[in-house]
Design a protein around this ligand. Sequence first.
Ligand code: 13P
Ligand code: SF4
Length: 315
Amino acid sequence: MHTPEQNILEIKKLKEEKNAIILAHYYQTGDIQDIADFVGDSLALSQKAASNSADIILFAGVKFMAETAKILAPQKKVLLPDLNAGCSLANSCKAEDFEKFLNENPGRTVISYVNTTAEIKALSDIICTSSNAVQIVASLPPEEKIIFAPDRNLGNYILNKTGRDMIIWNGTCHVHEEFSLEAILRLKEENPDAKIIAHPECELPVRLVADFIGSTSSLLQFTRKDKGNCYIVATEAGIIHQMIKENPGKKYIPAPPRDSTCGCSECSFMKLITIEKILNCLKNEQPEITLDNKIIMRAQKPIKRMMEISEKLGL
Ligand code: 13P
Ligand code: SF4
């Protein structure tokens, strides 16, 4: 049995020996964010996966993120410390159902959120993340008809912003759909100076009371630049680790879920990754993400389209 400090030292040693990097999402626990070579939101992590000189990418995040890294860097070994780290949103959109849905609604440009399986990406025209979804939809000609999948809340948010002709898949994230409006309003009453900040995957009532809506990196940027001192944070609580690191003098209150016993403001999938699993994974170079070559080729196109549009827009 190693101490946490010994585990961290061993991870650092193995990373160097194997020319590996650790990419971590903001929803990982603080200790994992602190040992990562790069911490970011889905868009920044995809950009980093596409351009780095490591031989091994260890993804401290969930499976669709590690798959995206493999699609963008198929020549590299991509490791995910626990293959059960899925995503309720990605699970809500199965390839055979989606294919049927596309056949029933032909002639539309298919925009899929990055929170999808590689098979769904392969069926899409453009991928987006919450950092660029509105801009990607707005960059298309106004007459273009769209299918958006799989998050209905993000889809409705984009629809309200752009007014485009969109059909939206009916999926949700188990973290963002669980926030309690009543509890958020109670917190606001107790902290009248607090600003409510929310991820666009939250349901409409929460978005309606929010002072600011944005992807995890936009929420972080908002708390960095804003003159306020207190925030009620309606997204996965892991992001608060970075908020405190960047601005320790401010107060961050995690928005509570409706069922306060379920602890849902933490993503149960993200939290499957631990320091011990990262160490074992680096040691054994397992579990590894493998994807069918045909799927990689087909899924690369819509992701690259997203990267090109994002680069053009300076995102
Ligand atoms: P972003 O990283 O794009 O903010 O998305 C949040 C999310 O739900 C990732 O699983
Ligand atoms: Fe999926 Fe929601 Fe977890 Fe993000 S927070 S990985 S969308 S279940």
